[in-house]
Write a protein that binds this ligand. Structure first.
Ligand SMILES: [Fe+2]
Length: 274
């Protein structure tokens, strides 16, 4: 019998290396049928709002939604779908299931999850719903988290999102304050736009990335609309860096293990607590 020399399996080690080097991984979702069912449900809500019949080609319908919804109505339309789907008790557990194997390997098996799953709809030539370059940690989110990002249609080039690789982040971080002295983050994007990676994420894949790295999007210059979902996961017992974005509010425990619960409820008898 061979002894085991490492606590980490070769498969986990390879995944860790890939994440560390690139800042992200893109893999197949754990269960394509579940993704399809989620997308179908979102589509049903959208059709109900628009008072149209369900389409034969769901991919085309989503890709070409800009032919049916005006940019001026987009945010209201998106929020109506977001609210409706997040009302469903199954929505977050089902979303978690799409990337559970990866998330557990990268983050841990005792997790907290953001309290809502975000929905993004990026129409061609729409500059009203952009998320400019930023790091999530700049707004008080824990740096111990990942984002699970799942497109409902193929995402590529400007229809997708960009990420600045870890090595480039390490170079630019000490200079950020100087570059955006007047608070204009666009200057930062100008500085790094030739170094960012545009993530190609076909439908059926899940992207997991570190939102500590600079990322964002620009005006979608492709001919089709991007629909994507995203949500944050962090280890249950990792530090939380702001009151606003802390455990119990922004993040909720989802896979607390029984021994942790036992430990949290343990009370030392008087006389043994010193
Ligand atoms: Fe972000």
């Amino acid at each position: 019998m061979a002894f085991i020399e490492s606590f980490i399996t070769p498969e986990e080690d390879a995944l860790n290396e890939e994440f560390l080097e690139k800042g992200y991984v893109i893999k197949d979702v754990d269960c394509p049928d579940v993704l399809y069912a989620m997308r179908h449900m979102i589509l049903e809500v959208a059709c109900e709002l628009l008072e149209v019949d369900l389409p034969d080609d769901e991919t085309d319908f989503l890709n070409l939604i800009h032919e049916m919804v005006d940019i001026s109505e987009l945010n209201g339309f998106r929020l109506a779908i977001y609210n409706k789907v997040n009302e469903q008790t199954w929505f977050r557990p089902t979303y978690f299931r799409l990337g559970r194997n990866l998330t557990e390997k990268l983050v841990g098996n005792e997790l907290a999850m953001q309290n809502q799953v975000n929905l993004s709809i990026q129409m061609p030539n729409d500059n009203s719903s952009l998320i400019g370059i930023h790091s999530d940690a700049f707004s008080g989110e824990t740096p111990f988290q990942i984002v699970q990002w799942v497109p409902l249609v193929d995402a590529y080039d400007t229809k997708s999102m960009f990420l600045l690789p870890p090595e480039n982040n390490r170079r630019i971080f000490p200079q950020i304050r100087q570059i955006v002295e007047d608070g204009n983050m666009d200057l930062l994007f100008e500085e790094v736009k030739d170094q960012v990676v545009w993530l190609t994420v076909p439908y059926g894949k899940v992207l997991i990335f570190s939102p500590n790295l600079l990322h964002g999007n620009v005006v979608n210059q492709e001919k089709r609309t991007r629909w994507s979902l995203n949500c944050r996961f962090t280890g249950l017992f990792t530090p939380y860096t702001s009151c606003e974005k802390s455990l119990g509010g922004f993040y909720l425990p989802i896979t607390t293990r029984i021994v942790s619960r036992v430990g949290m409820n343990y009370q030392t008898p008087k006389g043994f607590d010193e």
